[in-house]
Ligand binder design. Structure first.
Ligand SMILES: Cc1cc2nc3c(=O)[nH]c(=O)nc-3n(C[C@H](O)[C@H](O)[C@H](O)COP(=O)(O)OP(=O)(O)OC[C@H]3O[C@@H](n4cnc5c(N)ncnc54)[C@H](O)[C@@H]3O)c2cc1C
Length: 232
């Protein structure tokens, strides 16, 4: 797997990133898609267009938000990717541990991110643990990762196929994928994953995605916020 290939990559966690590999996305595409109903088209946004975007968002006229595309390049732990891939409206291509050898980058939470789970299903809170327990947890993860990777490497060195040897690797290992998605599905992702109820790790990736989204479609993003972070 590669290192972040460009300066625009937003670093996330200890070895991850999100970068916008390409896009065909602007606020004008939303209003022009809506106004094609009246055979009208504009070359630039004005105040009435911003109002139209807010109206479409509020009234859940979703399809005008689909005429655009964002292609993200993401590097994250497998357990984050697994949550991410549940978002079906979009296209994915992922690094293959059948065809390429795994790299020993594993997620070790920062001390302040080592947490305990308190409460009951549907109403959990996650609280920071004492420094000593955080250090012990980090050391246990590192030791376990080292051991798993040594076993993996040993099997590959003996000629075992990577597709078998990988079975020993934990979900804290990093993977990489491309994700192409339109703004409507993206806002659904953001409302669920850049949210207090989401796991902290995917939330940090979702926050990076949101930053890139807001740069490309600022008026749509503002309307999304105004609508209580609820997509159309
Ligand atoms: C906090 C949190 C906890 C979660 N916990 C669990 C869990 O314990 N177990 C678990 O299995 N999952 C869990 N999930 C995953 C969740 O159930 C969804 O699979 C995931 O969030 C993707 O959402 P989505 O279906 O809206 O997105 P997408 O798949 O991108 O779909 C976008 C929208 O398209 C429409 N759509 C897509 N496919 C269909 C379809 N087949 N039929 C009808 N409409 C469709 C829906 O309107 C959907 O909202 C959790 C998610 C979150 C955010």
């Amino acid at each position: 797997m590669s290192a972040p290939p460009s300066a625009e990559a937003i670093p996330v966690l200890d070895h991850g990133f999100v970068r916008l590999d390409g896009s065909l996305a602007d606020d004008l595409s939303v209003v022009n898609a809506a106004r094609v109903s009246f055979a009208r088209r504009k070359e630039a946004m004005d105040d009435s267009d911003a109002g139209l975007v807010r109206f479409l968002m509020r009234e859940r006229h979703g399809t005008p938000f689909e005429h655009n595309a964002f292609r993200f390049h993401v590097r994250c732990p497998i357990f984050v990717a697994r949550e991410w891939f549940r978002h079906r409206i979009g296209s994915y291509n992922e690094f293959s541990m059948r065809y390429a050898e795994a790299k020993d980058d594993f997620y070790v939470p920062a001390p302040e991110d080592v947490r305990t789970q308190v409460g009951k299903p549907g109403a959990y809170t996650f609280e920071r643990v004492p420094d000593e327990l955080a250090a012990e947890t980090r050391a246990a993860l590192e030791q376990s990762y080292r051991s798993a990777f040594a076993t993996y490497q040993g099997l590959v060195d003996k000629g075992i196929a990577r597709e078998i040897a990988r079975a020993v690797l934990p979900v804290g290992i990093y993977t990489e994928f491309f994700w192409t998605v339109n703004a409507r599905a993206l806002m659904n992702f953001l409302s669920l994953r850049n949210a207090e109820t989401a796991q902290r790790e995917i939330r940090m990736f979702a926050a990076a995605v949101e930053e890139l989204f807001s740069t490309q479609m600022p008026i749509t993003h503002a309307a999304f916020l105004q609508n209580g972070r609820s997509g159309p």
